[in-house]
Design a protein around this ligand. Structure first.
Ligand code: 5GP
Ligand code: ZN
Length: 117
């Protein structure tokens, strides 16, 4: 059920501490950790501890958790001393989503093009 921990979800396991990750920050409702395959010098993921498939279902069904994730992206960026950075929520496999537990990518530390490919 949405919002409940999923046995087969990688990010639920990271949130529960059952799979190791390089944790950057943790709050009551969120965890921020370094991406295992970084696409920029700084590449950090922020997840809600509750399980929702993507940013859209998170925002619709748990708006406070969605706000917590967004606030944490700013805290992480400040902690990493990023003055420019990109926040990405890949939503759906066609957009590159591979882990179906909502997460924000924070990418920084290099120049970036717009629009993205
Ligand atoms: P998505 O493609 O779903 O937007 O992003 C999933 C991200 O999770 C990818 O950037 C991928 O590198 C990262 N990732 C996948 N497995 C692991 C893992 O076990 N640990 C960490 N830290 N990141 C992971
Ligand atoms: Zn999950």
């Amino acid at each position: 059920m949405a919002g409940e921990p999923q046995n087969d979800c990688l990010f639920c396991k990271i949130a529960a501490g059952h799979i190791p990750a390089t944790i950057v920050r943790e709050t009551e409702t969120t965890v921020a950790f370094r991406d295992i395959n970084p696409q920029a010098p700084t590449h950090i993921l922020v997840i809600p501890k509750v399980h929702y498939e993507n940013a859209a279902t998170l925002a619709a069904e748990a708006p406070q958790a969605a706000a917590d994730v967004l606030r944490e992206t700013a805290e992480v960026a400040a902690g990493e001393k990023l003055d420019s950075y990109r926040i990405v929520f890949n939503t759906g496999s066609g957009a590159g989503q591979t882990v179906f537990h909502a997460h924000a990518h924070i990418l920084g530390g290099r120049g970036m093009q717009w629009p993205p490919g």
